[in-house]
Design a protein around this ligand. Structure first.
Ligand code: UDP
Length: 477
């Protein structure tokens, strides 16, 4: 039956309330909507308030091509400023309890209204979405929001068949089929016996209880980027690379009124337009990382001394982060702004997707969150990497050693392991001028072209998305 004569197919995308989860979910939603599917994005009411306050969403329904996106927010049962949300050991069970109940009720309501949901797509941290789908006999898929390499590390860790760092052998190397040798501090830090935030690791591992429950596992990556590990994981479960989701959307979509930003982005384009091509350092550490005050000071001195122009995202410290983790807002060194003058642009939140496309950007100083990494790879922007935890450490290794698009900042040997200002300045210089910069730019351009090709009509990812839409239609009967 041709697509236009088929009954509408309704897909529910359920996401953990976090920026790094919402962005790829929304991008996938836009993509599927543009292919004629009816999409509902479900997350918590609390996160929905952030999106509305930031002006990211306003309407009930957003048309895309022949389909549309709407939102469903469920109440997680806690007050707006409840600090327990910062403790995943407490929050994830609450999310599961309330999310399962809300989702089940909605599925029943839709079925009663003769508007049944055809497919559920969850993501890491909400593994119960597959359980609900099973209960209702609805096909279920997962959007994995990190790299396929990291997926493979978690998978093999969960199976306990390979050697991983442990209390008795914390510094061993890890050998995983089709991946380069990973040193003990190159596996996602949540898996390390000395790593922080173990609850996150435990929650992610939940997703691996049974990887064959979802009919496929979608990944925001592309075949050309992670071929070997995609091939390897495909022998174990149905891994489908559909990225870069960022690239598959036309930029004009991103200028539209619908975004997943939980903070309002500051305008920086007049300033960027005034800068020469490839002259600006863009600095952003994603939505969660909060650097130490001393690290920020070292960076500020390096940026000032470097002579480069820079666009620096300094997120406001969320009240709950301050209350719960005792963090303090960053303070710039005395006289910093006067000294940097027109070279400095400090924003609270940037429209990063569009910033990275801007011709003035020379390099991106990043914590290597997977979204940021894929966005920079797709826009051909070289990176200076300073990973903090989780998958960032693994991504950093790949960006530097496998993809050849990043330079690593070396931490000092002092207790706080700071990157000192001289090291920072030298790295910026190496990433922007001279032979190393040339090499990074060449590699970055190569990946940009590969990303464009994967996302173009007939490209590997675009083809997979078309197949996915066909599969969802077929399974919805
Ligand atoms: N981002 C943004 N503006 C900013 C900083 C980040 O739009 O000022 C977006 C960025 O484009 C990315 C997401 O926030 O899509 C951050 O996700 P990532 O996986 O890189 O890091 P996380 O926040 O999960 O640590």
């Amino acid at each position: 039956m041709p697509a236009e004569t088929q009954p509408p197919c309704h897909v529910f995308l359920v996401t953990f309330p976090g920026q790094g989860h919402m962005n790829p979910t929304l991008r996938l939603g836009k993509k599927l909507a543009s292919k004629g599917l009816h999409i509902t994005i479900a997350t918590t009411l609390d996160f929905g308030h952030c999106l509305r306050n930031a002006g990211s969403i306003a309407d009930q329904r957003y048309p895309f091509g022949d389909g549309f996106i709407d939102f469903h927010f469920w109440n997680d049962g806690w007050e707006n400023d409840d600090l327990r949300r910062r403790d995943l050991d407490l929050y994830l069970p609450q999310l599961e309890l309330t999310g399962k109940a809300a989702l089940s009720q909605t599925l029943k309501d839709r079925a009663a209204e003769n508007r049944p949901v055809s497919c559920l797509i969850g993501n890491p941290f909400v593994p119960w979405v597959c359980d609900v789908a099973n209960e209702f006999g609805i096909p279920c898929s997962v959007l994995w929001v990190q790299s396929c390499s990291v997926f493979s590390v978690y998978y093999h860790f969960s199976r306990k068949t390979l050697n991983f760092p442990s209390e008795s052998d914390p510094f061993c190397d890890v050998e995983i089929p089709s991946l380069p040798l990973l040193k003990h501090d190159e596996i996602p830090s949540f898996l390390h016996p000395y790593g922080e935030y173990k609850a996150i690791g435990r929650s992610i591992l939940q997703q691996f209880r049974n990887v064959s429950v979802p009919f496929c596992i979608l990944m925001d990556t592309f075949e050309e980027l992670e071929k070997d590990v995609i091939d390897h994981m495909s022998t174990i479960c149905s891994v489908i690379p559909i990225g870069p989701l960022f690239q598959t959307l036309k930029l004009s979509d991103e200028k539209g009124s619908l975004s997943g930003d939980f903070l309002k982005a500051d305008d920086c384009f007049e300033w960027l337009d005034s800068k020469p091509e490839k002259s600006v350092v863009y600095i952003s550490f994603g939505s969660i990382v909060h650097l130490s005050q001393t690290q920020v000071e070292e960076m500020a001195h390096a940026l000032c001394n470097s002579g480069f122009s820079f666009l620096w995202v300094m997120k406001p410290l969320m009240k709950d982060m301050a209350d719960c983790l005792g963090l303090k807002s960053h303070v710039l060194p005395d006289g910093f702004l006067e000294k940097a003058g027109e070279r400095a642009k400090i924003v609270k939140w940037s429209p990063q997707q569009r910033v990275l496309f801007h011709p003035s950007i020379a390099c991106f100083v990043t914590h290597c969150g997977w979204n940021s990494s894929v966005e920079a790879l797709s826009t051909g922007v070289p990176m200076v990497v300073l990973p903090q935890w989780g998958d960032q450490v693994t991504n950093a290794k790949f960006l530097v050693e496998q993809f050849g698009v990043g330079l690593r900042l070396t931490r000092g040997v002092t207790e706080k392991r700071l990157v000192l200002r001289d090291e920072f300045e030298k790295c910026l210089r190496d990433a922007i001028v001279g032979p190393k910069a040339e090499e990074l730019r060449e590699n970055a351009l190569k990946w940009k072209k590969a990303a464009e090709k994967a996302a173009a009509e007939g490209g590997s990812s675009e083809t997979h998305i078309d197949e996915l839409v066909g599969e969802i239609r077929k399974r919805s009967g």
